[in-house]
Design a protein around this ligand. Structure first.
Ligand code: 13P
Length: 238
């Protein structure tokens, strides 16, 4: 079965409410102009979440959320804040939250279960740091297995993103061979659609999407300019 590729843009801590609005408008127009029919996920910062009227399939998700409807969780947002804008997608397990913000596997698994219970689409990120990659394939496999602990790998609204930590924001992309090999390892653990992330950009996206077992891309830096995002979408084949 051939499936249209899934592209997702992670704004991280970039863009404002105003610039996100302008971005979505330009993205929607650009998708219309090129007749792009696939789905595109967009993860703006929480302050820019909103309802966007778009002609094309642009799905806005949250980069993070706390497993609560509402309550006393300073600095976090919960279901009530997401429902205001009809948000039904959440990104979980991103390495920046695991490593910079200290989210443990059990906390992430708890969030996963909570948002699964509420029928959210979940883009779940996994990926090894450099020291693990340097230990070799078996160490990587063990590391990835641990990142599936407590995760329902058969959840039908799950999309995986393999993002090797050493390739994120570094300009160092994993080679197509390495992506293929690692995606094959991951597919043995979970056969949800699997995106690659880590320094994806207009110059390498075609090669990455051509890798067997790669169902799309989760893009950080190169997604922040809408022209660059459109340049990547224009290379996606159905
Ligand atoms: P970069 O594309 O900037 O490497 O970021 C990847 C990423 O972390 C997407 O979630």
């Amino acid at each position: 079965m051939t499936m249209r590729k899934i592209l997702a843009a992670n704004f991280k801590t970039n863009h404002t409410r105003a610039s996100t609005r302008a971005y979505v408008k330009a993205l929607d127009e650009g998708m219309g102009a090129m007749g792009y029919e696939g789905e595109v996920y967009l993860f703006p910062p929480a302050t820019a979440l909103d309802r966007f009227e778009t002609a094309n399939d642009i799905r806005v998700g949250a980069q993070n959320a706390y497993p609560t409807v509402k309550g006393s969780f300073t600095g976090e947002i919960g279901l009530e804040q997401l429902e205001e804008f009809g948000i039904e997608t959440v990104l979980l397990g991103h390495s920046e939250r695991r490593h910079l913000l200290g989210e443990s596997q059990s906390f992430i698994a708890n969030k996963f279960a909570w948002f699964k219970e509420r029928d959210f689409r979940i883009i779940y990120c996994i990926g090894e740091p450099l020291e693990v990659r340097e230990e070799g394939d078996e160490a990587v496999r063990r590391y990835l297995v641990e990142q599936f602990e407590g995760i329902d790998t058969s959840y039908e609204k799950l999309i995986l993103a393999y993002e090797p930590v050493w390739a994120i924001g570094t300009g160092k992309t994993a080679t197509p061979e390495l992506i293929e090999k690692t995606h094959a390892q991951i597919k043995q653990l979970c056969d949800a659609p699997l995106l690659y992330g880590g320094s994806v950009k207009p110059a390498n996206i075609a090669d990455i999407l051509a890798v067997p077992g790669c169902d799309g891309a989760l893009i950080g830096t190169a997604s922040w300019e809408v022209e660059s995002m459109l340049a990547m979408l224009s290379q996606v084949k159905g």
